[in-house]
Design a protein around this ligand. Structure first.
Ligand code: F6R
Length: 269
């Protein structure tokens, strides 16, 4: 795992969007794993901008989202399908047939989860998985005590997650209590993953996820097992980390981040 600290939310989202763009240019057939939520909106905004201004091409790309609420049809404004259409899909040249989200209103939800896993395999697995982190430490909707080898399945949402997302639904009572989510094991099989976390309210859980012991109580700690995971944070979210000098050194010195440093310095001048 490596941790990249950026000065503020905009810079952090910008860096993640640049990594996605770089991977997509290198491999137009990229299989991209997507997350939803407020943090990711900033990344999608930038990807749309790159499509418009730099002709970033999504035409051959395939996407798989992490999760969907059980009981919400795609047309529901709070469904994650609706979120993705709104924030990314309808603004870029992606073929809608190449975009995948679990169907939250499938008659047989277990079968739907099985089929989702099979579809990911059919496309050769996920090349790059984008992740956010919830206040309960979840990635996707892998709530506390999710098995570290779990696969796509239905998961009941914790009170912490209900509280985190309630505003969007106009109150907790109107919120679905369950979601279909890729499992922790499914996420760990992606070839590369990037977790983006910004803001002071993520600082505590982020420190537990990155520097704490591996535990099913905080699903994001499983990323410590991933061979190629980058965590991108802003200063506010990094506030409770202890090894910040080391993390800063990596971004300032490792060749992999060279072009990103140069761009950052160019933006500052
Ligand atoms: C949603 C998802 C969640 C969110 C997380 C952070 O698809 O995967 O794990 O990424 O709850 O959400 P925000 O960004 O709204 O704080």
């Amino acid at each position: 795992m490596e941790v990249i600290i950026q000065p503020h939310q905009e810079a952090a989202a910008d860096l993640v969007a640049r990594v996605v763009a770089c991977e997509l240019r290198a491999n137009p057939h990229l299989v991209l794993g997507l997350a939803t939520g407020r943090t990711m909106e900033h990344v999608y905004q930038r990807l749309v901008q790159k499509h418009r201004e730099q002709k970033l091409d999504f035409s051959l790309c395939t996407t798989f989202n992490l999760d969907e609420y059980v009981g919400l049809p795609p047309a529901d404004p709070n469904s994650y399908r609706h979120y993705m259409d709104d924030h990314l899909f309808r603004h870029v040249n992606i073929d809608p047939r190449n975009t995948h989200l679990p169907n939250g209103v499938a008659e047989d939800l277990d079968r739907e989860c099985e089929l989702y896993e099979k579809a990911i395999l059919r496309f050769g697995g996920i090349d790059l998985q984008l992740l956010g982190i919830g206040k309960a430490g979840h990635i996707g909707f892998n709530e506390p005590l999710s098995a570290l080898r779990s696969r796509t399945r239905v998961k009941a949402l914790t009170p912490v997650t209900l509280a985190q997302n309630a505003a969007q639904f106009g109150g907790e009572k109107k919120m679905p209590r369950r979601a279909i989510t890729m499992g922790v094991g499914t996420i760990l099989e992606s070839r590369r993953c990037i977790l983006l976390a910004t803001g002071a309210d993520k600082a505590d859980i982020l420190a537990r996820a990155i520097e704490g012991p591996l535990t099913g109580m905080v699903s994001a700690t499983a990323l410590q097992l991933h061979p190629r995971c980058t965590v991108v944070v802003d200063e506010a979210a990094a506030a409770k980390l202890t090894e910040v000098d080391y993390y800063r050194w990596i971004f300032e010195n490792e060749p992999e981040w060279r072009e990103y440093r140069m761009l950052e310095h160019a933006l500052e001048t």
